[in-house]
Design a protein around this ligand. Structure first.
Ligand SMILES: Cc1cc2nc3c(=O)[nH]c(=O)nc-3n(C[C@H](O)[C@H](O)[C@H](O)COP(=O)(O)OP(=O)(O)OC[C@H]3O[C@@H](n4cnc5c(N)ncnc54)[C@H](O)[C@@H]3O)c2cc1C
Length: 398
């Protein structure tokens, strides 16, 4: 068994497989080492099994990083259109869902099989599963030694594509951060992202009772605002709007729920007061959303007026109720954490990485790609697009 490779990739996930395929096209001999028994586990699980592989509208603003300009170069050199082109070359059926999100029609395995076929094309890529990297040493100026549970390998270019900490059962590990620190890089503290909120106050009882109900809302705090579905769960709040806002939320902060984002409720209620004076508030609002949600909101916001006809309520009372329904403040106790998070926020500081090549500015031959970097996408296919784009950038130089 040959022990020396031009390139060793740590991790056979989205970015690692993409890099291997692209580097092999340049004639590089590549070894991909993967600790799990299968490659691309997160790809298979992604998008509810349908893999939201990219988005029609990709902008640098869709990514969170301490260094927001870092993504621009890689995203423009290998764009969403490049990846869509590859998907089309393979005849993979896909559909556009809300907000430009692209999903496969026949399952995530189509994307994984495509990446593996790309790796196979050149016969230059060797993939080893059940092979966990334990340690890395730099032997001399540009020779790395990679110690794994299978064997010890050497290479000229070492690519860290080990992902983040989310869902440990799918391979999430901290080795990328440890290696970055070992080679003198700064690593921003990490936390779970794209993750449901949990509650321990009285609002938890409400979410438990409403568990399984969903509605379109706007969630906002002083950093960002998202209008998407909200799902009540036994533990708290989930659904796309919660996952999106979790990327912008810190422990101890509250945020606002606008339960009727497309309606001017104060105007609506005052109009109805003229047209249907005997009606109850809950009856009116039940025309706009699910009755069980309205009953909980009634308990929270207007319990004293529950049985009072709208004509008896002053305009200022209606305005106050409308204001609460448009900006109901909740304070999560936390999130579900890495156990269910889709991504990890924070990671390897990109200020010390070339945005053109993904190479370390401290150690020649060392590269970081994908989620291990301090780059996190919004929900909607942006995290995979970052994996594809950062991998492509590095593949031209490894
Ligand atoms: C449930 C779920 C659903 C998701 N859905 C979507 C979606 O639809 N669209 C989207 O854009 N993003 C989605 N994401 C996020 C997306 O999967 C990740 O952002 C993306 O996979 C990151 O790619 P990566 O190559 O950096 O890391 P990964 O794909 O996580 O790959 C890292 C690999 O490194 C391996 N590894 C770790 N440590 C070692 C070691 N010591 N030795 C050897 N190998 C090691 C891991 O086993 C893993 O296979 C989802 C994530 C989850 C958890």
């Amino acid at each position: 068994m040959s022990m020396h490779y031009d390139v060793i990739v740590l991790g056979a996930g989205a970015s690692g497989l993409m890099l291997a395929a692209q580097a092999a096209r340049r004639g590089r001999k590549v070894l991909v080492v993967e600790k799990a028994n299968k490659v691309g586990k997160k790809i298979l699980m992604s998008g509810g099994g349908k893999c939201n592989f990219t988005n029609l509208y990709v902008e640098p603003e869709n990514f969170i990083s301490h260094n927001p300009h870092f993504v621009i170069s890689a995203l423009s050199r290998y764009s969403n259109w490049d990846f869509i082109g590859l998907v089309c070359d393979y005849g993979i059926a896909y559909e556009e869902r809300k907000h430009g999100q692209l999903f496969t029609l026949n399952g995530s395995k189509d994307i994984l099989n495509m990446l593996l076929a790309e790796c196979d094309k050149t016969k230059q890529v060797n993939i080893k599963t059940d092979c966990e990297v334990k340690a890395v040493k730099q032997l001399d100026h540009q020779l790395f030694e990679v110690q794994s549970t299978l064997a010890t390998f050497t290479c000229e270019s070492l690519v860290i594509a080990s992902g983040g900490l989310s869902i440990p059962t799918l391979g999430g590990s901290g080795i990328g951060y440890d290696l970055a620190k070992q080679f003198g890089h700064q690593v921003f503290s990490t936390r779970a992202g794209l993750v449901p909120f949990t509650f321990s106050d009285q609002f938890k009882e409400v979410t438990t009772r409403l568990s399984g109900n969903a509605l379109e809302v706007t969630l906002s705090n002083d950093k960002n605002s998202f209008t998407e579905a909200l799902l009540f769960t036994h533990r708290g709040l989930s659904g796309p709007s919660s996952l999106q806002l979790s990327n912008y939320w810190q422990t101890g902060e509250s945020f606002q729920i606008n339960f009727f984002p497309t309606q001017d409720l104060a105007d609506y209620l005052k109009q109805k007061k003229q047209q249907q004076p005997k009606v109850l508030l809950r009856t009116l609002l039940s025309e706009l959303t699910t009755k069980s949600i309205v009953l909980e909101l009634q308990q929270l916001i207007w319990p004293h007026y529950a049985e009072i006809a709208i004509a008896q309520l002053s305009d200022s009372t209606l305005e106050q109720i409308a204001a609460q329904l448009h900006g109901f403040v909740v304070k999560p106790s936390g999130t579900e954490g890495y156990r269910t998070a889709e991504v990890t926020l924070g990671g390897v500081d990109t200020a010390e990485i070339s945005s053109k090549t993904m190479q370390s500015q401290k150690v020649k031959g060392l590269y970081f790609i994908g989620e291990v970097l301090d780059v996190t996408g919004h929900l909607g296919g942006y995290n995979f697009q970052w994996a594809w784009s950062s991998a492509y950038a590095a593949a031209q130089y490894v």
